[in-house]
Design a protein around this ligand. Structure first.
Ligand SMILES: CC(C)(COP(=O)(O)OP(=O)(O)OC[C@H]1O[C@@H](n2cnc3c(N)ncnc32)[C@H](O)[C@@H]1OP(=O)(O)O)[C@@H](O)C(=O)NCCC(=O)NCCS
Length: 178
């Protein structure tokens, strides 16, 4: 499916709410990604991306047919981790399994290694997130380790939470097909 990746615009906020307000998306992300996901949450996120554009992080909307339907970003670390960037992404459920995120991850890694002073991009999918793990493997990331019981996450009805393993996947600058 055709898609583009571009900087966020304030008008994207209202458009992403129905895609972001989905437990199937939220359960695979950190709790900083709220569920339910409201217009205020979307405005806060999009505004922060607009403000931080050009200040060292890459935060992009994934756009299908002119509509923002997902998000992908690279967030450089601090202190001794300043040459690494964390990769995060999600896509609206109607667009899953059409190759979009594999292509989007490939593209943002290429852009990230060109635009940012980093040597490593990493992501931390939960171990049971087969789709996300497959995306990273297809792009050439290496599974560097599994952090056992590292994540305490609501998966069922609140306040149920459970412990999950998370995976660390890394891609070095010299491994990326630029
Ligand atoms: C994970 C996610 C980003 C995948 O995006 P996508 O655009 O559907 O991925 P792609 O279409 O590029 O698929 C890449 C590969 O993963 C496989 N895949 C995708 N979803 C899968 C799933 N749920 N289970 C098993 N494999 C899956 C595809 O079949 C494809 O592999 P193949 O080419 O060998 O057939 C999307 O499902 C999503 O946004 N999930 C919720 C949020 C999330 O998990 N974010 C990542 C947090 S680390």
């Amino acid at each position: 499916m055709d898609f583009t990746v571009r900087p966020w615009k304030a008008s994207d906020a209202a458009v992403i709410v129905p895609y972001a307000n989905d437990l199937a998306v939220a359960k695979n992300l950190r709790d900083a990604f709220p569920h339910p996901y409201t217009l205020t949450d979307a405005e806060c996120y999009v505004n922060s991306c607009v403000e931080l554009e050009g200040h060292g992080q890459l935060c992009r909307a994934i756009v299908v047919s002119g509509e923002a339907v997902g998000s992908i970003g690279l967030f450089p670390g601090n202190d001794v981790y300043c040459r690494s960037a964390e990769l995060g992404y999600w896509l609206g459920r109607p667009f899953w399994r059409q190759g979009i995120m594999t292509a989007a991850v490939r593209e943002i890694c290429r852009e990230g290694f060109q635009a940012l002073d980093i040597v490593r991009i990493y992501a931390e999918p939960y171990a049971q997130n087969a789709g996300s793990r497959r995306v990273l493997e297809k792009v050439g990331f290496t599974l560097e380790g599994i952090l056992r019981s590292s994540v305490y996450k609501p998966l069922g009805r609140p306040p149920e939470r459970c412990l999950l393993d998370s995976c660390v996947y890394g891609l070095l600058r010299e491994e990326a097909a630029l």
